[in-house]
Design a protein around this ligand. Sequence first.
Ligand code: PMP
Length: 402
Amino acid sequence: MEYRINENLCQAKLSIIRRITDLALADLGPKERAVLFSSGQPADEAIPTELVRKYTDRLLDAYGSEMLQYGGHKGYPPLFPEIRKFLNKDGVVARAEDDFVITYGSSEAIFAMGSAFIRPGDRVIVENPTYLNATNSFRYCGARLVPVQTDSDGVNLEALEEAMKKGASFFYTIPNFGNPSSITMSLRKRKAVYGLAVKYGIPILEDNPYGYLRFSGNEYIPPIKSFDEEGIVFYMGTFSKIVAPGMRCGFLCANREVIPKFVVFKGVSSSGNINWSQYVVTEFLREVDIDAHIARISGIYEKKARTMYDRMKECFDPAVEFTMPQGGMFIWAKLPEGAEATEFCLEAAQKLRIAVVPGNDFFIGSPRSCGYFRLNFSKPTQDDIAYGIEKLGSLTRKYCRG
Ligand code: PMP
């Protein structure tokens, strides 16, 4: 059979994260140990399993099979005011003229935006490097990606303005603890980015999965959505990182005029949302002291990030560059000029059984030569971090000394 697969899907790439993880686990012997620094999963101990069990039992008693019926295309109505309260608690994000659609995590909100705004060949401006599932999603929707370099305090404004002058369907940004770079955009830049978006009439897609996971540096920086007087910012949130990714519960917050279009999208893409997880998340937001919960999980991540960073300082060749993150889930490291992260990561996965992700695919155009690699500190245990980083350390010495 000759399958005529959509070219856009062919353009999108199989996730390097999956490939590296599979490689590290391939034919693993019973006595061999593998350590995965590859995914962006929350820590098991950060997932409120017991609460999910308690709420599920309670809600099933109260609602019975209704909880297992198809969910509405827009989402479960009692969840909306809870999300609004949650967002508005620390900086006004959702105004009266904003509304929500619930999605299967922010992944589906990203795809919904691509489906709604990208016509074949349209330009989509993205930070470089950026989240590769988002760029894959936009490619699949037919976008031509326009990469804009990032500085240590977020997107480069001159480059962004140049890109915006030529028009685009939207600008996609992760202002807090970017994936993969862990970079956070300064307040000054957020305001300037909003100003440019208004000036050139280009919507902003603001993706904020990690903003609540700040564990140091006490500056709270409000989201770009909080300046939005024009309905030009589309804000996405998710309960994947603060409750559980398996709930597949996230949302898109936008001007209420456009929400009906996304409701149609939801009907087409997935016949609505999962009632069970929306009921549980609603209960969670009503009952749990969310600040205390977030403080607890951020504490877990701070300890793990600290262990990873200290261990890297101790075991890595001094020529490898990296900084201690202030939040999020990743350390973004760089081998010295001339050393190839892809080779390094392949050798780490195959010979050491340690999975770390090479940086190439996070950059648009996937440069052949790239020294960056990404390490996740949230999912592995403290013991895995200590063991895995020590193993990687010896390999960094091989790659740094040529
Ligand atoms: N955006 C970014 C930047 C992410 O890192 C992730 C998950 N790794 C997502 C969106 C998607 O998260 P989810 O679909 O689980 O909400």
